[in-house]
Design a protein around this ligand. Structure first.
Ligand code: AMP
Length: 562
């Protein structure tokens, strides 16, 4: 049978702003979270750079107080900014390389525990992530050396985990996902293994961290009034205060009052904070959440009376003010069944199995007589628990795009505008075809700029990439028609194809995302850097040329290590 194919192992990774979680199918065929080597089910998405080594997780988070200049947090908020770099010891790290470090740590710990390599992963991202952010997430996976089966929306993942455990029910649910740095609201219809997203929206800069900041401000003000010193101005004190504020916030989810202890420049203070006061101070943040929920519900076309279930996802939904607000708005009780920290990674694991089964099916259909292909397909199916194969093989998940997709056009008067091609909230996958004409005689190439956003004004949109149509037949007058087809994939990533209308011939359409897709070589090099920094490359460097590639990097960063 498939003995010659290496055994495949699927994991789902919730790559969070503040915490990340990894799940897999256990030996009983159930999806379970894999604890990290510190025996925690969630790993802080924090990286500490120390002595030429990168340390991901709790240690990094705890040591952040003493060396904030060596610590990187909230990397996910930087996805979609291809130019952004974080400088550490003279080295600039991009968001995808930093994210790759987090992914690699998660996967390494999983592999150690499982005693087998992880082969296939699904990584989740917020529903409102745009094409750039999704591509960067995928690149992070590649750099971490993973076969990324797909990128899945966090809220869809949560709904999948929920739906597959309530197979016999048909529900319309609102998923409210408030993590450490982002808010994601999605309305879906769940019918067992058939999940349809009706609408989705979010705020990329709203999360638990903002509630921490409320407490930081509150305590720092009291400290300043008492001692005339502002702990926000001393990096070590500020970092310590941030950690203590987060602990206080969590304590206020359990009890009506708590104390925060702060020290700065030889002074100290024990501030007492009541939950009621905290809620008043956070009123603006809460109102932003409420607006986002109303907006999403409106887009879905549903009334509150039609929503059956309220699913709360993300650590910040443990705050009673969040639950209270949603229950007041909806007139419903939230579903207590789901684990807000784990359901996203669990759903991602199911999605991994669904994608692998689809791939296996396609492989079998394409190459029925090919023994090698059928062995490969068998090995894919073997990675999925037997009793789930039918259920997952028939699963349907329909997402919507959370951003409009348009194209830059130039009018006769020379005015530039964004022409909408695929409006937001369109069910995916979706394809649209549009004709363009050449504007000069014997034009052999056309360049198209693709914009994300609904505004007519291109400067209010995000430039997500360019597409070059090449190899048009020579000698034709201006006005030759070219049909361009944009396909928005299930995972929200764009593909472009073009056809010469006159001849019906496909022409090359080279789409280049504004987030550069790294070449295999670059991925390999970045991957080795990541492995080296995480000290997971004890297998040794494979070839001389690899060592050469690394040398330049090491010279700078690892000079002391020799
Ligand atoms: P996530 O990214 O889903 O892991 O969410 C992390 C965020 O949830 C962080 O901002 C945490 O401080 C916050 N969080 C976790 N537990 C609690 C709690 N019990 N009460 C309030 N916030 C919490």
């Amino acid at each position: 049978m498939s003995a010659q194919e290496p055994k495949r192992k699927i994991v789902g990774i919730d790559l969070g702003t503040t915490n990340s979680v990894i799940a897999h199918f256990d030996e009983y065929g159930k999806v379970d979270v894999l604890p990290n080597s510190d025996n925690e089910r969630t790993t802080p998405s924090v990286i500490l750079f120390e002595d030429g080594e990168a340390i991901v997780g709790r240690i990094a988070k705890n040591l952040a107080a003493s060396s904030p200049e060596k610590v990187v947090q909230f990397v996910k908020r930087r996805m979609g900014e291809p130019e952004w770099r974080r400088e550490i010891d003279g080295h600039a790290f991009s968001a995808e390389v930093l994210s790759a470090m987090i992914l690699k740590r998660m996967v390494n710990d999983a592999e150690t525990q499982l005693g087998q390599p992880v082969t296939d992963v699904v990584i989740t991202c917020p529903a409102y992530f745009n094409d750039l952010e999704r591509r960067q997430t995928r690149e992070a996976g590649r750099i971490a050396g993973l076969n990324v089966l797909g990128i899945l929306n966090e809220s869809t993942a949560a709904a999948l985990a929920y739906g597959l455990n309530k197979r016999d029910q048909q529900v319309k649910a609102l998923v409210f996902d408030l993590g450490g740095g982002t808010l994601d609201v999605t309305v879906l219809r769940i019918d067992g293994n058939d999940i349809r997203v009706l609408a989705s929206d979010g705020e990329r800069q709203l999360g638990g961290k903002d509630w921490d900041d409320v407490l930081v401000e509150r305590v720092a003000e009291e400290f300043y009034l008492e001692h005339g010193v502002d702990p926000r101005e001393v990096p070590e004190s500020l970092q310590d205060l941030i950690l203590r504020a987060e602990e206080a916030k969590k304590a206020l989810s359990q009890k009506p009052t708590t104390k925060v202890f702060v020290q700065c420049k030889g002074h100290s203070l024990k501030a007492t904070i009541a939950r009621e006061e905290f809620e008043k101070l956070s009123a603006k943040l809460l109102a932003r959440c409420a607006r986002c929920v109303e907006r999403t519900l409106r887009k879905s076309g549903l009334e509150w009376s039609e929503v059956d279930s309220l699913l709360l996802v993300g650590g910040s939904t443990r705050m009673p003010m969040i639950r209270g607000m949603l229950e007041r708005m909806s007139g419903k009780r939230s579903d207590q069944w789901i684990n807000p920290d784990e359901c996203v990674a669990i759903g991602a694991t199911y999605w991994g199995a669904i994608l692998l089964l689809r791939e296996a099916q396609a492989l079998k259909e394409r190459a029925a007589a090919d023994e090698g292909a059928s062995r490969l397909a068998d090995s894919m199916e073997e990675a999925v628990p037997e009793d789930l194969i039918v259920l997952l093989g028939e699963a349907e998940v329909t997402n919507v795009n959370s951003h409009s997709l348009g194209v830059l056009t130039i009018g006769k008067d020379g005015r530039r505008s964004n022409e909408c091609m695929i409006p937001e909230q369109t069910p995916l996958p979706h394809a649209v075809e549009r004709e363009f004409v050449t504007w000069k005689d014997d034009q052999r190439n056309v360049e198209i700029r693709i914009l994300e956003g609904a505004a007519r004004d291109p400067s209010a949109c995000v430039d997500i990439g360019r597409c070059w149509i090449e190899g048009l037949p020579p000698g034709r007058p201006r006005g030759a028609r070219i049909a361009v087809r944009y396909s928005y994939g299930e995972d929200g990533v764009l593909e472009v194809r073009a056809r010469d209308v006159e001849t019906g011939r496909e022409v090359t359409a080279r789409f280049q995302s504004a987030a550069a897709t790294l070449s295999e070589e670059e991925v390999a090099l970045q991957g080795r850097k990541v492995a080296h920094l995480l000290q997971t490359d004890e297998m040794g460097l494979a070839t001389d040329s690899d060592e050469q590639l690394l040398a330049e990097f090491e010279e700078g960063y690892f000079a002391e290590d020799g």
